[in-house]
Design a protein around this ligand. Structure first.
Ligand code: GTP
Ligand code: MG
Ligand code: ZN
Length: 221
């Protein structure tokens, strides 16, 4: 008897919707990035600084994911960038369908770049694709240099690692080389930018990376 091996991957509802979102971003030639970190590592502060620094170069729209409140959306709104707040009402990650709905409220035609600030959580959001072109993981030095080793999935999947709050390096035990080495062991292509969103140190390299990637997306055939 002939044996047939049928290996058909059944896509989850989230994966199907993520593919639709990817199709939308690709068609519109808009770069979409998904920013993930523990609570309080500095995502919103980095976004506010980035929007302000790049306002004459690229138009950035933000999708804010939080369990509750629109505190982060208000911080983004103060920069005058378009922003949509999603409250997950308890869920610890954003889903692709929430992004699909939020996109209808953003002036996508006017934007060059859409950044999703995911719910503060280093574990769960890495398992839910949203249709983004890349993930940005933020690790602040106050969290400890062992985090790439202990929470490998998000470091393995991200295009960029922002090591934030380097202005605090003298006050915390954080071996930046250890964190970098562990992240590179998990992901040899990861780009690492040590930054301080507070003092601005290192931010220009992150801005250059963003501008370059937005340009590449626009030039794509
Ligand atoms: N010293 C220092 N503090 C920072 C830096 N970046 C952010 N902070 C502070 O860290 C705290 C948390 O920053 P947020 O930007 O709210 O962090 P977040 O990742 O958006 O937090 P959630 O959305 O709650 O997950 C705030 O008090 C910021 O002022 C930095 O580079 N250096
Ligand atoms: Mg935030
Ligand atoms: Zn979750």
């Amino acid at each position: 008897m002939k044996k047939i091996n049928i290996e058909k991957k059944i896509l989850s509802e989230n994966e199907k919707c993520a593919i639709e979102n990817t199709f939308f971003f690709t068609e519109q030639k808009k770069l979409c990035l998904n920013m993930i970190s523990s609570p309080g590592s500095g995502k919103t502060t980095i976004l506010v600084e980035t929007i302000t620094a790049l306002k004459d170069k690229i138009k950035i729209g933000i999708i804010e994911g939080d369990v509750q409140t629109d505190i982060d959306a208000e911080r983004i709104r103060a920069t005058e960038a378009p922003v949509v707040q999603i409250n997950t009402e308890g869920a610890c990650h954003l889903s692709a369908v929430q992004i699909s709905r939020a996109l209808k409220e953003l002036p996508v035609d006017d934007l060059d770049l859409i950044i999703i600030e995911n719910v503060g959580n280093l574990v769960c959001p890495s398992a839910f694709e949203l249709g983004e072109a890349g993930k940005i993981v933020v690790l602040s030095v106050a969290e400890g240099d062992d985090k790439p080793a202990k929470y490998p999935a998000i470091f393995a999947k991200s295009k960029v690692l922002l090591i934030n709050k380097i202005d605090l390096l003298g006050h915390v035990d954080f071996d930046i080389e250890r964190a970098k080495d562990d992240a590179r062991r998990l992901n040899k292509n990861i780009r690492i930018f040590p930054i301080s969103a507070k003092t601005g140190e290192g931010m220009s390299q992150w801005y250059d990376w963003l501008v370059q990637n937005v340009e590449q997306e626009k030039m794509r055939q």
